[in-house]
Design a protein around this ligand. Sequence first.
Ligand SMILES: Nc1nc2c(ncn2[C@@H]2O[C@H](COP(=O)(O)OP(=O)(O)OP(=O)(O)O)[C@@H](O)[C@H]2O)c(=O)[nH]1
Ligand SMILES: [Mg+2]
Length: 425
Amino acid sequence: MGFFEKIKNGLKKTRDALFGRIDKLLKSFTKIDDELFEELEELLVMGDVGMYTADKICTELKKRVKEEGITDPSEIRRLLEEVVTEMLKGGQELDTSTKPSVILVIGVNGVGKTTTIGKLAAKFVREGKRVTLAAADTFRAAAIDQLEIWAERAGADIIKQNEGSDPAAVVFDAISSAKARGSDIIIADTAGRLHNKKNLMGELAKINRIIDRELPDSAKEVLLVLDATTGQNAVNQTKEFREAAGITGIVLTKLDGTAKGGVVLAIKEELDVPVKFIGVGEQVDDLQPFVPEDFARALFADENTIEEATKAEQQAEQTSAESEAVPEIAAESEKTRPATADIWEQIDAENEAERQALGQDEEAKKQAELEQQEAKKALEAERQQKREERKSRAKKRSWSTDAAADTHSAEDDDWLKAWREGGEG
Ligand SMILES: Nc1nc2c(ncn2[C@@H]2O[C@H](COP(=O)(O)OP(=O)(O)OP(=O)(O)O)[C@@H](O)[C@H]2O)c(=O)[nH]1
Ligand SMILES: [Mg+2]
């Protein structure tokens, strides 16, 4: 299923509730007046867009209606799509530009942090990156087990300690291990609840400090995961977590199960935090990068436009699959073609030249054949050696997590020990 189709399906409930009502409203008016805007604003507020943002949208709509000289209420839908797209744009990209980069994932319990990490890890591994997960939700043993399952599914490394251990120490271990193994991305899971909120925020701040100290020059993202079904509550959560951890982006999960998708607008506009990913289901590919245009279109475009966009996407997917197949085949045959074919051609040519130089001399012919065989043998030996090397590399790669993790220096160990036994480090 295509990207737009997934978002469209995921946002169906919000669209039905929000767009359905807006469509009805616009159809019931024959001209554009203040009353129309008042009712539209009310619908947006009901759709969890938030009062502040709903007001802002309507002010902008009024301005454009005037500027463009629009008189037909049905045109407002298109304007709405435009205004919302512009509002949501900016800050969507995820910075993973350094090696390693860190993604710290935070949020209250049950919002979908661990699931999101699993999906992100799978995405990065698919892109050919090496991923280290840090099981820094040490509050419950099950949380560690859950992350381990995701790590296995995604093909990521995982660094863990026992239940109840210091989360910041787990992150410290993960950073050391990632440095030693040359990981591209570290993703840290964190607890959604502790004995009290103050503890939780204190812990997140401490993890943040460790990351900044150990990887001062690395790209760092702090993703706050929010459950879209909580609607306006998500806005309040953002305010609380922002203090503790300096959020760089939002992952809004469970959009598939709610009509409250309008909250995306409130978060961006009221708090100026960009939404970077949205979760539209529980499967691995149900985490989608947030694309403002697609989001606005899926919510506000009319049925025809949506259908056209879906079809265009399906067609594009098909053609790209077809055109990708050709280079794929070429790449495959390139792989199977002996890497030494060029050398063979060269040897053949040289032999031929030699034979010609020696005329039809039998002795020379035999000699040439012998040389050819020698060359073949040498090549076979070379290939065998490469095979061995590959095998040993694969073996090294499958070293146990613990062995590879155990690479930090004695100095680190002393510090860690002192830190675990008391102090802040
Ligand atoms: N429908 C739907 N369900 C989701 C989505 N993301 C996560 N879930 C489900 O939400 C539930 C909680 O997800 P977790 O990843 O365990 O949440 P968490 O934030 O790690 O929870 P704690 O570790 O308890 O703090 C699971 O059943 C997930 O399958 C989504 O985008 N859509
Ligand atoms: Mg979790």
